[in-house]
Design a protein around this ligand. Structure first.
Ligand SMILES: [Zn+2]
Length: 208
């Protein structure tokens, strides 16, 4: 798996893991989407980079993928459908429109099912932690992503701090991010690409 796991680094600029999950399509979905997760192994690789899956478990899942290609293909299709539903809900929210029913239903279902796998683990006397169980489901590692999505939708969207990249106005980037700046001034998903492109455009306009 060495060669494979070195192949690509995901951008994790969303500030929340559920937004980073949505951001695994580059460009504007509505215009020219560029899919970054093309199979189950990519999904595992993303999860590992996003910090919801450890290296040892990821290695086991890569091996599973070899042995049960059909099972993981089904899981992959499910994960992408869920991601697209979450995207549709977030897009609608930042546009201040009601979420499409199909998308909301799917996201709600995903969150509800994921929460059923939240378990209290004793970590010594008087110390407990809530953990998502790994019951061997091929998408178990997306459960904390669902929990994060629930928090983003219920608690962060109303603050207006979840925003779409400013390059979306030019049809170039549809990524979402949580603006953590004190004066709510962040406009771009990241400064080295989108922010820089906007800066160059302003420069060209000034010197035209
Ligand atoms: Zn951007």
């Amino acid at each position: 798996m060495g060669a494979f796991t070195d192949k690509f680094r995901f951008d994790l600029d969303g500030g929340r893991v559920s937004l980073d999950f949505v951001n695994t399509v580059s460009g504007m979905r509505e215009i020219a989407p560029r899919e970054k997760i093309t199979d189950y192994r990519d999904l595992v690789y993303w999860a590992q980079q996003a910090g919801v899956l450890d290296k040892r478990r990821a290695a086991e899942l890569y091996a599973d993928a070899e042995q049960h290609p059909r099972k993981v293909e089904t899981a992959f299709v499910e994960a992408i459908r869920t991601r697209e539903a979450l995207n549709a809900v977030v897009v609608a929210a930042v546009d201040e429109k009601p979420a499409p029913d199909w998308a909301l239903e799917r996201v709600d279902d995903w969150i509800a099912k994921s929460m059923q796998h939240r378990r209290l683990k004793a970590r010594g006397a008087g110390r407990f932690e809530l953990e998502f169980e790994d019951d061997g489901d091929p998408l178990f590692f997306l459960r904390p992503v669902a929990a994060d999505a629930a928090d983003v939708l219920a608690n962060l969207l109303p603050t207006g701090r979840v925003r779409r990249c400013g390059e979306s106005r030019f049809g170039r980037c549809g990524w979402f991010f949580l603006d953590g700046t004190r004066n709510a001034s962040r406009r771009y998903c990241n400064m080295n690409e989108c922010g820089n492109r906007a800066k160059q455009r302003r420069f060209q306009q000034r010197h035209r």
